[in-house]
Write a protein that binds this ligand. Sequence first.
Ligand SMILES: [Zn+2]
Length: 147
Amino acid sequence: MSEGKEKVELLLQHSGLRRTQQRIDILSLLMERQKPMTITDLWKQLHKRIDRVTVYRTLNKLISGEVVCRLLDQHGTTFYKLADEPPLYRAHLFCSACKRSIPIDSFVISSNYLEALDQYEIHEVDISIQGKCESCKKRSAHASGQN
Ligand SMILES: [Zn+2]
């Protein structure tokens, strides 16, 4: 519990962002859930203590500090998750059924490498592979009867 809180404080410190209660609350939630969440999910989990616009603005701030990143599912719904350690971008398998995202460790690009390619300043990298995870695949095979 307090270990998570410490990690949240560290993330904020490293991002150079100011420490505010909203930022701490949102980061703590994303850390607890360990899966991508929509603005509505977050807003509900925060018991609507802060309004949706504030949730949205806070997320954008956290993205600019590279502590949170955005992903889209195939319907164009935006999900938010904790970013990987800033210098590495990782591809994710994103299960469209249960919304879990699984990092692929063998597919990692460092931001130094990307930026060296063309003196390019990277703002966001989103490599997400959409599909169905093992348990959702089993469940849907079950639901459609034996094959
Ligand atoms: Zn799944």
